[in-house]
Write a protein that binds this ligand. Structure first.
Ligand code: NAP
Ligand code: GLV
Length: 308
């Protein structure tokens, strides 16, 4: 039983391999590109594809993602081979914590207090918000729901935008084009947790950002390309947006000269909001390997037509 490993930084490679070997002692792991005879390969574990990666893999049973997002390889999936996302509660909690931190940073005036501290100023800023503040989550799937619940517990009024209508429990659900406009119009904090697909690529352009309430904050923890970066910068420069916290950028790494680095309203982390945990991840991957070998459907299947 041969697995090709190309996790590319989505979790420490050595840890992935040691955990997979511990769970499946009969698994032979080959590091891409040293795949040997591709006809031996039954499984590929990866985050992003490469030209010719799947060539000659005539015995491929399943493609397993080392991350939640599959935009790095979904376009290259061989016909007829099932693929699965990594849907890991550990990662969902990490993502929720990162987003909560970013939203609270803005909602509790931390940028202003940091500036005051730099000048040795002790001055209360009364936060005159006696109504729940409104958060809109673009993409309310596994991570969006976990994040939305965490924010609702902290007193925010949360709406989640999805492609199809969903019962999100205590969170309001909006969907489709009309739902997007309604969500943008109301969101003091806009959180992006959408997958990158042909439909979401460039979704947040100048027109859509302009719908947000004056001074709204933007938090992106999904993929940089979903927002048109020059339009984001213009919205920040004009003061239309009050600030942004970005865990993702286009391209990554964000080039050293990019104006976002030095923008006073922008905070940046280097794609670390929900780093893959190879220990919890390997258990999920092992279960899908077992399923594929038993001819059972995979958990958390990728729909190649939707792109996520
Ligand atoms: P998921 O469970 O598949 O949820 C995706 C959500 O987006 C679903 O609610 C889906 O709607 C919605 N959606 C997709 N296309 C849409 C469209 N065109 N219009 C409106 N809604 C749309 O994915 P997840 O596990 O929550 O992960 C989300 C993303 O987070 C990943 O794809 C990845 O890019 C990102 N991520 C980033 C990090 C990081 O470290 N920064 C870590 C992990 C994940 P339906 O419910 O109707 O299907
Ligand atoms: C990270 O970005 C992931 O998609 O898991």
């Amino acid at each position: 039983m041969v697995l090709v490993c190309k996790t590319g930084g989505a979790g420490d490679d050595e840890r992935w391999k040691s955990e997979l070997r511990r769970l499946m002692p009969d698994l032979e792991i080959r590091d891409w590109p040293d795949t040997g005879d591709p006809a031996d390969v039954e499984f590929v574990l990866l985050f992003a594809s490469a030209p010719g990666l799947f060539d000659g893999m005539t015995g491929l049973r399943a493609v397993l993602s080392a991350g939640a997002g599959v935009d790095g390889f979904v376009g290259d999936l061989p016909e007829g081979v099932p693929a699965a996302r990594l849907v890991d509660p550990w990662m969902q909690t990490a993502m929720a914590a990162w987003v909560v931190h970013a939203v609270l940073h803005f909602s509790r005036n931390m940028p202003a207090y940091a500036a005051q501290q730099a000048r040795g100023v002790w001055r209360e800023r009364f936060e005159e918000h006696f109504e729940p503040r409104r958060v809109g989550i673009l993409g309310c799937g596994e991570i969006g729901r976990r994040t939305g619940r965490a924010l609702a517990d902290l007193g925010f009024r949360v709406a989640g935008w999805t492609r199809t209508p969903r019962d999100l429990g205590e969170l309001e659900n909006l969907h489709g084009a009309a739902g997007l406009n309604a969500l943008l119009d109301a969101s003091e904090f806009l959180v992006c947790l959408l997958p990158l697909t042909p439909e979401t690529d460039g979704l947040l352009d100048a027109g859509r950002l302009a719908r947000l309430p004056e001074g709204a904050f933007f938090v992106n923890a999904s993929r940089g390309r979903i927002v048109v970066q020059k339009d984001l910068l213009a919205a920040l420069d004009s003061g239309r947006l009050g600030g942004a916290w970005l865990d993702v950028a286009d391209p990554e790494p964000l080039p050293p000269g990019d104006p976002l680095w030095r923008h006073p309203g922008v905070w940046i982390t280097p794609h670390v909001a929900g780093v893959t945990n190879p220990v919890t991840g390997a258990a999920l991957v092992a279960e899908n390997i077992r399923r594929a070998r038993a001819g059972e459907p995979l958990t958390d299947p990728v729909d190649r037509n939707r792109g996520y």
